[in-house]
Design a protein around this ligand. Structure first.
Ligand SMILES: C[S@@+](CC[C@H](N)C(=O)[O-])C[C@H]1O[C@@H](n2cnc3c(N)ncnc32)[C@H](O)[C@@H]1O
Length: 287
């Protein structure tokens, strides 16, 4: 059983999934996460010299964009619980030599830093992977200086043409334990429910914008390989090995009607970009 966000073994299953996925993460010719992280960093309004925490930094999609935004006078700290993903981030930093990035193995849900240590906390495509997003939001609030900014991205909705494809693979798992459920468990139903979570945690100036993020695949095989190097793996690796080819074949059959004229596939996921601030003074904090 894969376990859901409500089961105690959920965090260790997420991390085991990313440890296994790390070598191919965001490769396979599909660089979905870099574009999302770039947009998130623009919305986070990082200023030169800012201290930035990248919670769940993965291979470093947001790290590098944040490091450019804060410049040599600032500092970006990337944390992740997956040692293999941190190795990918370290390799990215070794290649690009940003000079202002530190990496640490730590829990994004409760980062081990002093209160008020950061001007900006970012988390790109991570928060729905945490067992208790509201608790994580509260812990990030404490890490921010007064007036500091939280910015995170999340999956609002699957491309409607692809939803049946995902459902076909999820059907090989117990009800509620598929990939779709991993993305959309509460409060990730809408911008309104996410805003309510942040308001309850004590944030102010809460805004969510949504925009399509496009992934292009040469065909079903590239999509299947990419899925096993990303979050779908967390759910789909729990399909019995002898049933995985059936799940793949069911998905491939449905993908025939989604193919572009040249046989390629385009998937447009609706991504939410949420920003919120720690109130600048105690007066802004809800009673
Ligand atoms: C979908 S990836 C996104 C990575 C990166 N932010 C990006 O935009 O490419 C999710 C990342 O969150 C990490 N993660 C999940 N749960 C975590 C936790 N509790 N603490 C730290 N990292 C976590 C995973 O290991 C993985 O690297």
């Amino acid at each position: 059983m894969p376990g859901t966000a409500q089961t105690p073994d959920f965090p260790s299953r997420v991390i085991a999934g990313f440890d296994a996925a790390a070598p191919g993460y965001d490769t396979h010719g599909v660089t979905f996460f870099t574009a999302i992280a770039g947009r998130l960093i623009e919305l986070a309004r990082i200023r030169p010299g800012d201290r930035v925490l990248d919670a769940g930094c993965g291979a470093g999609a947001a790290l590098i964009a944040a490091s450019r935004a804060t410049g040599t006078g600032g500092q970006v700290t990337g944390i992740d619980l997956s040692a293999a993903m941190l190795r990918r981030a370290a390799a990215t930093c070794a290649a690009l030599r940003p000079g202002n990035v530190a990496l640490a193995r730590a829990d994004a849900a409760q980062p081990p830093y002093a209160a008020g240590s950061f001007d900006v906390v970012v988390a790109s495509m991570v928060v729905f992977l945490l067992p208790d997003p509201a608790r994580a939001a509260r812990s990030w609030l404490g890490l921010l200086r007064p007036g500091g900014m939280l910015a995170f991205s999340w999956n609002v909705a699957e491309d409607p043409r692809w939803a049946p494809v995902i459902a076909a693979v999820d059907a090989y798992l117990p009800e509620g334990e598929g990939f779709a459920n991993l993305l959309h468990h509460p409060p990730f139903a809408s911008g309104v429910t996410v805003a309510a979570m942040l308001a309850a945690a004590g944030y102010t100036d809460i805004t969510t914008t949504a925009a399509d993020a496009e992934a292009r695949y040469t065909g079903p095989r590239q999509w299947w390989a990419a899925s096993w190097s990303q979050a779908p793996r967390i759910a789909w690796q729990h399909i019995a090995p002898n049933r995985q080819p059936n799940a793949r074949d069911d998905a491939f059959r449905l993908l025939e009607s989604v193919r572009n004229f040249d046989g390629s596939l385009t998937r447009r996921s609706l991504i939410g970009y949420t920003t919120a601030r720690r109130p600048a003074s105690g007066r802004d904090t809800p009673a």
